[in-house]
Design a protein. Structure first.
Length: 409
């Protein structure tokens, strides 16, 4: 299959690999973490498809290449200005908070919108070049909502799907966006629009109704029972398709990995139960609420600190944005014993990979007296320190009134 004859193309903001620079100045590709990569890679490998995306480095667009699994990776070049306006600006300071029910106030900036539109046009040009006649193109997520409509104009022969990996807001919230009509037109270029939940699909269908479109049926899960009929005669399917991963790949433990599990459990104090959280470090994930609630359960005696441990891994992201910056974790005194400091390591199935040289390690937070955070949060929990402290108030989101009551301290 040639680079220009791909029957199945996935388009996402990022490629599933990172372009890293070695100390000697040479470059190497390394797999990138993230749920989208974990979910989509097996599909692409089985279809020997093509992945179009940004390589993660400004002003760089290496030649397309194939992975060991046979997937063609086609880089899209973005400048530093593109990245700031399209990604940090419109995608993550406008759309992200808007789509998460205004957990922080979105910023509406005309220059960011122009950057978003131009980058979507650039992605469309690249996809139009690599997709075969009649190919299936699967567009991913909120950064590329204009892409289906642009591709429909450039390549009407394509079958286009769009999947939104984050919530879709109610029609009332969405209508706050000055460029709401342009985004809806972009999405309606797809043949099938997918959401995680039926509630998200219903929000989109209600928005279409308010715009005077012909909506038929109701949203279902893993079935297409709702359609939008456009005046031009096209019909678009809408449904909920909860994303999943190839779980069997994470369940196949080698003997060595089983030994690693036992050793890790021993280092945690051999608790009877372990609560595990794995998230991107994001104010919408409720990480701080989770940690403070867990500590309150310990304070009230609802949980026995000798029997239960909580492990929270948080991969840093978008650190240049104000709402993603966190100060160092600080501590006071704690009555909970068994302080331990653990570094993230490779785990069964590779789910918790060890950080590469020069790469920031994920944060590993162990409250109830066991706490360690990796380099991104500069966190340390010394013996006698006091759980999880120092995260900014904005990370509390709407639960900003939550406090941990420490009795008898």
């Amino acid at each position: 299959m040639s680079e220009r004859g791909n029957d199945f193309v996935v388009v996402a903001n990022r490629l599933p690999v990172d372009l890293e620079t070695r100390p000697d100045g040479s470059h190497t590709w390394t797999p990138s973490p993230g749920g989208l990569v974990t979910a989509l890679s097996p599909v692409l490998e089985s279809h020997q498809g093509c992945w179009v995306g940004w390589p993660g480095v400004a002003d760089a667009a290496p030649e397309p290449f194939r992975t060991d699994a046979g997937v063609l990776l086609h880089p899209v070049k973005l400048t530093e200005s593109d990245f700031e306006g399209f990604y940090e600006g419109f995608s993550n300071a406008t759309l992200w908070p808007l789509y998460h029910d205004l957990i922080v106030t979105p910023t509406y900036d005309r220059d960011w919108w122009h950057a978003y539109r131009e980058v979507n046009l650039r992605f469309a040009d690249e996809v139009a070049e690599v997709a075969a006649e009649g190919a299936t193109v699967w567009v991913q997520d909120y950064q590329l909502q204009l892409l289906p409509g642009i591709l429909r104009q450039k390549r009407p022969d394509l079958t286009i799907g769009f999947f939104l990996h984050i919530p879709f807001p109610s029609a009332d919230l969405f209508r706050q966006l000055p460029w709401r009509e342009e985004l809806v037109r972009g999405l309606l270029g797809a043949d099938l629009i997918g959401f995680h939940l039926e509630a998200n699909a219903r929000n989109f269908l209600e928005l279409a109704r308010r715009q005077g479109l012909d909506v038929q049926g109701e949203a279902s899960t893993r079935e297409v029972t709702a359609h939008i009929r456009l005046p031009q005669g096209r019909t678009i399917g809408v449904g909920a398709f909860p994303i999943s991963i190839a779980a069997k790949d994470f369940a196949a433990f080698t003997g060595e990995e089983k030994g690693d599990v036992a050793k890790l459990r021993e280092e945690l104090g051999s608790p009877r139960r372990i609560i595990l959280g794995v998230d991107r470090l994001d104010y919408t994930k409720g990480i701080l609420q989770r940690l403070t609630a867990f500590e309150e359960l310990l304070d009230t005696g609802a949980l026995d600190p000798e029997e239960v441990a909580l492990v929270q891994l948080a991969t840093p992201s978008r650190e240049r944005l104000d709402h993603y910056k966190a100060p160092p974790l600080q501590g006071g005194r704690s009555r909970w014993p068994h302080q331990r400091a653990l570094r993230p390591r490779r785990s069964p199935g590779g789910a918790l990979p060890a950080p590469r040289r020069g790469q920031e390690s994920p944060a590993l937070l162990l409250p109830h007296g066991r706490c360690h955070a990796g380099d991104p949060l500069q966190g340390r929990h010394e013996p006698g320190s006091q759980g999880i402290r120092g995260l900014p108030r904005r990370w509390l989101g709407r639960a900003g009134a939550l406090r941990v009551r420490r009795r008898g301290r």
